[in-house]
Design a protein around this ligand. Structure first.
Ligand code: FAD
Length: 455
């Protein structure tokens, strides 16, 4: 009887241990289920649906080349998988282990028929723990702990062929899922930057390995292409993290890059221990934080989303996010900090916006990074440490980046680009600063002081 391969965020044929396990066991039914119910509020955001559409089309093509098919279904995963098992007489389900709380709950419900394989991490997050078996709260300690599990195993080759079942179960048509935006089509800028799918992911890895030793010096400069831009490919599992790791082996000093890759593992360890981390402050004192609300704060939030705060580096980042579904990491930190500190708006508002706009939106990575920047997290720096967006912009030489993304400022020279208002060069169509740096900073510090131990 057939074996089901349940694809989730592992949309690839190389180094796909669940696919190999099924292929070794018998005939194979590959399936992807679009489930907007089980994840609740964390159902897939709009930008990622664009990615998913193209990634599934690519996976279906690659499976067809092996003589197989990708079955598409919609509905709650547990019920849908049980139904497909009943329809096909399948014996077991094979899947790669994931750590989003809704996936873990589904895995538990399916435990009697589910074979889980490791394939999405450098090491299983539950293996990397403190002496007393607790997850690490601090990244640097996690990194040290991870070393005893390194290097990760070698990536596996894809199966050469897949045996088809005598009868295929019914599949829905990808086009019927309406994953692509229609009117208005805000995704037109995605095509220029991104090609979803395993082949493109592998190509990006191959190109980046040549630049990997320059990562340490270039990664903080938004005007340069200094990072790998692998994040959506890694989120959707079009390439495995251990394949990326092993691709680096012989190319100079790549420790800084490896440390970033390990952040993915770390954040899944955090959400494994604290499944509500995307919704709840890591430090309970922040439940009493007087975040701003009401009409004025709503208008500020809207300006932040639209990239019209009057802070060029923040606005460039928010516009890059909207146009391309991605934002440079340094700018993510600056823009997130600006929302939480200068505008004193609850980090969860920003986290939600990122969830909907990012092609790499990831439950653990998004929540842990937002809480880290906000100062509300278990591993975070103090709330009272406030990033200065204007000097960050200068320090990391963001001039070209701003000129690219903020059209109103594209004519300004370096001397005026970071703070056109101060330089007396603010064009009429570019907004004045929504709040002064000092004023925003003082308001944030005062709010922080109202909750004990912060500020
Ligand atoms: P590179 O610098 O080339 O890094 C390689 C890979 O390492 C990334 O693709 C990613 O998988 C991983 N990585 C790097 N930095 C981090 C990090 N700080 N935390 C976790 N993983 C990391 N990353 C996401 O993948 N999804 C998110 O939803 C997400 N939300 C974020 C929200 C905020 C407020 C901030 C400050 C950061 C967020 N990040 C998120 C982390 C980071 O910004 C992105 O992973 C990175 O910018 C992706 O670009 P890259 O692939 O070129 O990264």
């Amino acid at each position: 009887s057939p074996h089901i391969v349940w694809f989730r965020q592992d949309l690839r044929l190389h180094d796909q241990p669940a696919l190999l396990a099924a292929a070794q066991a018998g005939t194979v039914i590959p399936i992807y289920i679009l489930d907007d119910e089980t994840p609740g509020d964390w159902r897939m955001g709009a930008a990622q649906r664009w990615w998913l559409h193209h990634s599934l089309a690519s996976l279906a093509k690659d499976l067809a080349a092996l003589g197989s098919r990708l079955i598409l279904r919609r509905g709650p995963v547990v019920k849908t998988l049980r139904a497909v098992m009943a329809e096909t007489g399948a014996e077991a389900i094979h899947a790669v282990r994931h750590y989003e709380p809704w996936w873990r709950a589904a895995e538990e419900e399916l435990a009697d028929v589910l074979d889980l394989e490791d394939g999405n991490h450098l090491a299983r997050p539950e293996w990397v723990t403190t002496g007393s078996g607790k997850p690490f709260r601090i990244y640097s300690a996690f990194w040290k702990g991870l070393q005893s599990h390194m290097p990760p195993g070698h990536p596996l080759d894809p199966p050469e062929a897949l045996d088809a079942p005598a009868d295929w179960p019914r599949s829905e048509a990808l086009a019927d899922w309406d994953l692509l935006p229609t009117r208005p089509d805000w995704s037109t800028g995605f095509d220029a930057d991104w090609t979803p799918g395993e082949a493109a992911a592998r190509e990006r890895v191959a190109n980046f390995r040549l630049r990997a030793s320059a990562y340490d010096s270039a990664r903080n400069l938004p005007s340069e292409e200094g990072t790998s831009r692998l994040s959506p490919h890694l989120h959707f599992g079009e390439v495995s993290v251990r394949a990326v790791w092993h691709s680096l082996d012989r190319h100079g000093d790549t420790e800084t890059y490896r440390k970033e890759l390990a952040w993915r593992d770390f954040t899944d360890g955090v959400v494994m221990a604290l499944p509500d981390y995307a919704d709840c402050n890591g430090r309970a004192a922040f439940d009493r934080m007087p975040w701003r609300g009401g009409r004025e704060a709503q208008a500020d939030l809207k300006a932040w989303k639209a990239g019209r705060t009057g802070y060029p580096i923040v606005d460039a980042g928010m516009r890059q996010l909207w146009a391309t579904g991605w934002m440079h990491n340094r700018v993510r930190m600056i823009a997130a900090s600006f929302l939480v500190k200068h505008l004193l708006i609850d980090w969860r508002e920003g986290e939600r916006w990122f969830w909907d706009c990012l092609l790499d939106a990831d439950y653990g990575n998004n929540a842990v990074n937002w809480q880290w920047v906000a100062g509300t997290g278990i591993d975070a720096n103090m709330f009272g440490r406030i990033m200065a967006p204007l000097s960050q912009s200068e320090k990391f030489d963001a001039g070209d980046y701003i000129r690219q993304w903020v059209g109103e400022l594209s004519h300004l020279p370096d001397a005026a680009i970071h703070d056109p208002e101060e330089a007396g060069r603010r064009p009429r169509d570019y907004p004045a600063k929504i709040i002064g740096h000092r004023e925003g900073r003082e308001r944030a510090l005062a709010a922080g002081k109202t909750i004990r131990g912060e500020g």
